[in-house]
Design a protein around this ligand. Sequence first.
Ligand code: TV1
Ligand code: CA
Ligand code: ZN
Length: 391
Amino acid sequence: ENGIERPTGYNVSFHYNPKVEGHHFGRSHPMKPWRLTLTKQLVLGYGLQYAMDTYVSRPASRQELEIFHGKSYLNFLSSITPENMEQMGDLGRFNFGDDCPVFDGMWDYCRLYAGASFDAAAKLISKQSDIAINWSGGLHHAKKNEASGFCYINDIVLAIQAMLTVESRVLYVDIDVHHGDGVEQAFWSTDRVMTLSYHKFGDFFPGTGAMDETGPESIENPGWKMALNVPLHDGIDDEQYRDLFSEITGAAIETFNPGAIVLQCGADSLGGDRLGKFNLNIRAHGYCIEFVKSKCHNRRLMLVGGGGYTPRNVARAWCHETSVCVGASLKNHIPGHVPYRQAFTGEENGDGLMYPDLANHPSKRHPNLHSKEYLQMMKQNIHTQLRFIQN
Ligand code: TV1
Ligand code: CA
Ligand code: ZN
């Protein structure tokens, strides 16, 4: 409207409701909605709002959540409070506890992050957006009738279901350090959704996602072989991850030829994460987004958040990835007027830089347990699996 041209040919939309920031899982719980406040402040500080459409998203309705989730689970989720939880019972049945606590405003929080994914899907469906972003979503562990791993409502499953009304095939890619089990399981039995998760495997939550976990084995099941898993060990570095990601994701896109891609950008795969064990820097994590974007000239693309437990680095990664979507490059010095800028300053917090070396601190670097042979074997295995699909 001011005569300034958008930097790329992509229409990017950003879906967010700042009310999510007011919700807290509990003092010591690693999931901090505060990371979303920091992300928003960085995005605004760099002026990225001028290069995309920003929307205050609406909360999802109960009816919308029923598209995936069971009614009795939703009854429970919508009525339980810290005050009545003693009388309610059923906490165990729905898997509430330390990871998924009952907290004040939990139902509103769930409706808010799911609503943002519904809004993002709607913009992609109507083709008003080419790329739609919801950093508050990406809660990939939630099941139809159960909470799991900090996730209560599976906004990703709901968004994919919405896109399946206009697309015959949707690819789901997950770079969170944890296995995307809830999404994999939801689409276990359909050949319209391929799921691909990269994750740490072996004595790590949720324990699923082995290489040979490819869907229920039956020739009558169209979903057989449609789940791709890339199990990794501690300490994978930038170069190894980039190489693996481009080869495997590239092959999956080529074979499956999806009309839409949903990319879960969990930032707990970064070096220095409180829960993760990888050594990735911001640019290597962002490379995955660049790579997928480069394959989306004629496909819809949705980005969602997910895990990420060192809030300043989550904000850096998701702000950088927003810039990748709009085609801007950010200067390394974080602008001086960003509120909460002190969260990014000082040696401990990354020296006021957007792209500090996260894997550089000897105390934070994880020993790299990947051999060339292991990485090669994994690529080979995925290529073999993909040959079953292209008939
Ligand atoms: C309360 C207070 C809860 C401190 C949970 C780390 C805490 C964890 C806490 C924690 C923690 C997990 C398990 C063990 C299953 C349990 C958003 C029987 C310091 C997408 C979810 C990880 C990751 C769950 C979510 C995991 C996501 N790790 N401190 N809990 N058991 N749960 O191992 O994929 O990022 O850690
Ligand atoms: Ca993953
Ligand atoms: Zn995670």
